[in-house]
Design a protein around this ligand. Sequence first.
Ligand code: ATP
Ligand code: LTN
Length: 335
Amino acid sequence: MSETERKKVILSGIQPTGVFTLGNFMGPIRNWGPLQDEFDCIYFIADQHAITVRKEPAAFRKQTIESYALLLACGIDPKRSIAFIQSHNPNHAQLSWVLGCVTQFGELSRMTQFKDKAAKHADDINAGLFTYPVLMAADILTYNADVVPIGDDQRQHLELARNIAVRFNQRYGDTFTVPEGYFPKVGARIKSLQDPTKKMSKSDDNPNATVFILDDKDTIMRKFKRAVTDSDSEIRFAEGKDGINNLLTIYSCATGKTIEEAEKEFAGKGYGDFKLAVGETVADYLEPVRTEFARLMEDKTYLKECWTDGAQRAFRLSNKVLSKAYRKIGFVDYR
Ligand code: ATP
Ligand code: LTN
């Protein structure tokens, strides 16, 4: 295949900061599997990003392994895609240093995730938290990725990665592909079940706010029963009805029906029935992931083989781009 005919490269990462949520799944992750048919896909567990917030080592190691297994359980095929753990490929961190030298302090200071996380972890505003978006740019640029599927909250980071690529190319000559974002049409921002003005997040302190993709059916039903709605009684998507809008979005994602179809289906029904129906649907929707995850966790040898192979393939691929960047900068060749 010639260079002009090559398949486009898709790349995305997720932090091993806990079990993935329904938001992670309905936003980016459920799209990752189907994309394997059309693209060369690279997916990884962003463990280096995760240590910007302090972690207990044993729990962190366990979470990284579970996150990798979840990635496969969500439909990533480690033969067709490159599926690996970020810290196993040193090239991300290497390129990150270089890119940091073409990134401005002011640009990083404007990142809303940095401001949010700095406020949340005021006792540990470390340099890694600040330069996190540079490492993310390196993750993307070191594979010359064309397309990056992410949720809405990562838009600003992707925009920065694009700016860094353009700036580097202008300064040193064509080196990096300028990546495009890929945002799901429905589900780019699933909201908390307890405060539907906020995104559903892994690290929410309220256990009823977030549905985790490994929650059992009873837990899922309980969380949906307690979901915050509004004082109106109509099931329709409208301004000011954040709770109902969120439930309709979740239902639409899980069933493939449009919001209008969902509104029609529940016309005249009460909020209570609607919440139960959404809960049932989500529990059934997540069941295959739970089963596959349990199966994979029984076979650590297989998992280890997969991430080792993934890391080796990732290293080879990223080396080409890293070497090119080094040459362009004027680093002396030693081979
Ligand atoms: P945390 O809450 O601890 O910051 P997180 O749930 O946001 O974690 P990340 O690992 O930061 O998880 O995100 C993984 C991917 O999931 C990202 O592409 C992000 O945009 C997407 N994502 C996260 N939350 C949601 C959500 N509520 N709806 C849709 N997509 C989401
Ligand atoms: N910052 C992202 C995770 C992430 C990522 C990436 C996503 C790290 N590196 C590269 C896409 C491409 C997050 O917190 N969701």
